[in-house]
Ligand binder design. Sequence first.
Ligand code: ATR
Length: 482
Amino acid sequence: MICLTLSGPTIEDNLLDLEANKDFVDICELRLDLLNPEEQAKASTFPSLVNIPVILTLRRVSDGGKCNLQEKARRSLLMETLKGGGFSYVDIEDDVKKSDVEECAHSLGVKVIRSFHDFEGIPADIFSKVHSLSSRGDVAKIAVTPHSIADIMTLFRVNEELKDTPKIIIGMGQWGVCTRILYKKMGSILTFGSNGVAVAPGMVSARDLKLLYRADRINDNTGIYGIVGNPVMHSLSPLIHNPGFHRINYNAVYVPFLSDSIRSFLTLAEMLRLRGFSVTVPFKVDVVRFLGNITREVKQIGSCNTVVRVPNMWKGTNTDFYGFLNPIEKEIEDGRITSALVLGAGGAAKAIVWALKMRSVKVTILNRTVSKAEDMAKLYGVAYDSMDNIKNYEGKVDLVVQATSLGLYPNEDVNPAEDFEFSGKEVAYDIVYAPKYTKFLRAAEKAGCTLKFGIDMLMEQGKLQFESFTGYHYPKNLDPLS
Ligand code: ATR
């Protein structure tokens, strides 16, 4: 089940919220502590106003809520509200000793969720904690804060140990996003989704859980794919792959995994039987040593952005290489592009320089730190220069590629080629995709250049990745990033 957490200050707000999200959720949680005091009295009628099951929760400040009533008054408010009838569950925290709310709930046929929260970490005794919670309620709920892949594995192991225990296991914060999406793999009976404004750290919207990830349809046969990186939550790859899977009726999900080390991620990948994954900053180079099979491009570039499971090992490819080339392949074939300036000598520039070299384009690397440009130039047998000399290349190259990290949100006002005057005949290519029109591209457009966008490179590399993952072409007429 996908549960919408209702966090509005009034009953009316919550009804509107529920109406707006009704197609995405199976159950809702009414957060009594987030209602205005005068609205709390009306909450007892809430179940009669909606046609899905309702969880009643009155969260204390110490557990991340807003209720600061004395404990006795808090329990009384919970019981008064329950007596309105129609609630399906009530949430009672782990340390509530008095059994009055529990008794009240059971007399009304309301199930008890026994919950435990930890906003700092994961308790060492998490297994016994789930066990004891489940012995004291109908459902055990644990909301804890993972800080590493090892923590994530601990959460997935809870289900291995306590498979038949009705439970809700949630990893909060950015580390826990994968646990919210893969809630069924955690053995959780439900996952909480927001209306778009996260009530708890790392919360995914109910809409994305339902439509993007199809979290409630994940089953034993669902192939799990993902992207590993740090940071990773800004990645657009889930927006490429998940709609692609749906369009071709491929039973799979693509999940962002924040990671602290590629080695521990690979252990998690084995545990979850991942079929493949994308690799992003800072793991593209590090991942290579763990791969049993790599393509020529990965070997030459020394970095890998796509990994798939093959019998007994992981195989790595680099779709950045072709993703970069595809949008300019025609100009290269036509002979419109025979020479190029590549601005930047970081990880992203590597695949680009090699790809251009493979297409016999004459490359000059320009970088702020000349020694880095020199190292890369020597490795690939191309020319190099300091970024300070960029004006010397005006009117002399067919393609200018912006491959530094500048121009990317929130530095969108920076253009590393500020002094460069385009003649208007160049093709200008920026690998930055957010924003689409970078300062670099705007300057090129003003001069009349042909523009190539980072978003197209991203989409192209994503399509190739999709083929590696599924064996099928990316569906035609699907352009989720446009
Ligand atoms: P990526 O993997 O995105 O390429 P990277 O490996 O950190 O990231 O490389 C960043 C690139 O952007 C480098 O070429 C870097 O130049 P230096 O090698 O001189 O650091 C370039 N870059 C970053 N900030 C820059 C700035 N303020 N001015 C010019 N170039 C910059």
